[in-house]
Ligand binder design. Structure first.
Ligand SMILES: *[C@@H]1O[C@H](CO)[C@@H](O)[C@H](O)[C@H]1NC(C)=O
Ligand SMILES: *[C@@H]1O[C@H](CO)[C@@H](O)[C@H](O)[C@H]1NC(C)=O
Ligand SMILES: *[C@@H]1O[C@H](CO)[C@@H](O)[C@H](O)[C@H]1NC(C)=O
Ligand SMILES: *[C@@H]1O[C@H](CO)[C@@H](O)[C@H](O)[C@H]1NC(C)=O
Ligand SMILES: *[C@@H]1O[C@H](CO)[C@@H](O)[C@H](O)[C@H]1NC(C)=O
Ligand SMILES: *[C@@H]1O[C@H](CO)[C@@H](O)[C@H](O)[C@H]1NC(C)=O
Length: 459
């Protein structure tokens, strides 16, 4: 890489001399150093890009999360074993402690099994990749010795000089283009998403087609890495509990602690979860209450439910669903969403002729409906929606492999766009819930019973 800057260096010299006279000048460049090994650099570059194709983000991510899981659990095991030893009265170990340790051991064994079963080929790949990376590093270090002329630094100076020259020519300093106010969007504008970053089968692979999962967008202290899962366990329509996982690796290996948090023992009952588009925020689950045009908030700590009725004319009980040409997704009347600023509800009404309506939910002690926006996007032509930085995004079904983020509505400016052209690469044909987590800038999708996530890219 460093090589390419030798040419601009010459340009630098040319430029410096050119400025006063504006006449042509000739620049002699004598290089007493040994020639830079072009071919070696391009060989390293080739190897590096080949190496990249072997290690996909999914692979490293899965390994990383498994290893993280192990790292967290081993100290806990050590601690519990020493507690057990203290409790040892010389003959019998405490039965309870033994059980705790047995459980932990089992969890650790499962993690190790999963690590091992990332298949022999994967292990092979990892060793191969490590070897290749080491080789590349050595090569780069060798190449670095050629950077005696500090060409990189010179190139930077050259650019500064060029920009000073431009300013001078124009007779005034060039001003930076003004950026739109960012408000609560520290990362800038949503631009694109990556391919799938995480793919999780979960504990019930293929069992519950409708559901949602993710991370609390404003987690309580000590629960920062918790993940949640809600599956429509009855008639593809209802659920009466939230399943919690202490970390992503716990979710991957299917170890649910602290387990299920139940809203009501029967399913369905009053305050049952209806439909898959639910979210978790500040330790509470937001969802469409069973058989009502209402949003429910279930506080997982106090186990209490607060609800709020949506305006008259709101379509519910599968009258205002997300759809594509072949299919409507039942009981997707209300879509809850989170972003940097809080919780939102997306729905439609008779008076809006089936177009999307967006409202902010004010998360006080009493649940309140805040400002509301009416859009011109027809809900039945949309498969799901999510919010990023106060902007509503909607997706449509393209084919089995692809979903398109095609629409946006900016609540700050009121501007609507129908031509975003950002594509989601799907692992399964149907995305049944989709939500953005500002905590890790991931889009969490629940697809035909599988959990998939994508990283959001900002400009
Ligand atoms: C590139 O990789 C090939 C095959 O692994 C190896 O033979 C070669 O030495 C590598 N070249 C560099 C410059 O690292
Ligand atoms: C890993 O898997 C291989 C093949 O399936 C097996 O032979 C080996 O015992 C396993 N190792 C551990 C530590 O479980
Ligand atoms: C290891 O790397 C080499 C070249 O870098 C490649 O030809 C070979 O197929 C790789 N092995 C595996 C198992 O991918
Ligand atoms: C460019 O101009 C600024 C002041 O306008 C000056 O501080 C800086 O040193 C100049 N850069 C170069 C490379 O001449
Ligand atoms: C949930 O309940 C706890 C305990 O009553 C309370 O401290 C917390 O603020 C509540 N959370 C929400 C989001 O209302
Ligand atoms: C988004 O990223 C993909 C590659 O990941 C690229 O092919 C595509 O052109 C990008 N789309 C936009 C709108 O920038």
């Amino acid at each position: 890489m460093k090589l390419y800057v030798i040419v601009p260096l010459c340009a630098l010299i040319t430029l410096t001399q050119q400025a006063p006279s504006r006449d042509k000048c000739v620049c002699d460049f004598t290089n007493s150093e040994k020639a830079f090994p072009h071919d070696k650099l391009s060989a390293v570059e080739d190897n590096a890009s080949r190496c990249n194709t072997y290690i996909t983000p999914q692979k490293t991510l899965e390994l990383e999360s498994l290893l993280l899981g192990l790292e967290r659990r081993l100290p806990r095991l050590a601690e519990d074993v020493s507690t057990l030893e203290r409790e040892d009265d010389g003959e019998l170990y405490g039965v309870i402690s033994l059980q705790v340790i047995e459980n932990e051991l089992m969890e650790i064994m499962q993690l190790i099994d999963r690590l091992n079963s990332t298949t022999l080929e994967d292990q092979h790949l990892t060793t191969n990749a490590t070897k290749q990376l080491e080789d590349l590093k050595a090569e780069m270090e060798e190449l670095e010795t050629y950077d005696i002329m500090q060409v990189v630094k010179r190139q930077r100076e050259n650019q500064l000089l060029k920009s000073n020259l431009t300013k001078c020519k124009n007779g005034r300093p060039t001003t930076q283009p003004t950026e739109p106010p960012r408000g609560k969007c520290p990362r800038g504008q949503f631009r694109n998403i990556t391919g799938p970053r995480m793919y999780i089968e979960g504990e019930y692979p293929g069992s519950y087609r409708y559901g949602a999962w993710g991370r609390d967008s404003k987690p309580e202290a000590g629960k920062e890495s918790w993940h949640w899962l809600v599956m429509m366990t009855s008639s593809d329509r209802y659920s009466n509990y939230v399943r919690l996982y202490s970390s992503l690796s716990a979710l991957i290996v299917g170890q649910s602690t602290p387990g299920n948090v139940q809203i009501h023992s029967s399913n369905p009952a009053t305050n049952t979860i209806q439909g898959p588009n639910v979210v978790m925020y500040r330790g509470a689950l937001y969802y469409n209450c069973y058989n009502q045009d209402e949003v429910c908030r279930f506080n997982l700590t106090s186990k209490t439910v607060t609800n709020i009725k949506l305006p008259k004319g709101t379509r519910y009980n599968s009258k205002g669903n997300f759809c594509h040409l072949d299919e409507c997704y039942p009981f997707t009347d209300l879509d809850l969403a989170t972003d940097e600023s809080g919780v939102w509800v997306i729905y439609t009404t008779n008076q809006d002729f089936g177009n999307l309506v967006l409202a902010k939910l004010e998360d006080d002690e009493q649940l309140r409906l805040g400002q509301t926006w009416h859009t011109s996007a027809y809900k039945q032509g949309i498969t799901n929606t999510f919010m990023v930085c106060g902007v509503l995004y909607a997706t449509r079904y393209v084919d089995k492999e692809t979903e398109e983020i095609f629409y946006s509505f900016d609540t700050t400016t009121g501007v609507e766009r129908f031509n975003l052209g950002i594509f989601i690469k799907k692992m399964y044909p149907n995305i049944l819930s989709l939500n953005y987590s500002p905590v890790d800038q991931m889009l969490h999708a629940y697809c035909d019973s599988y959990m998939v996530s994508y990283k959001v890219l900002f400009s």
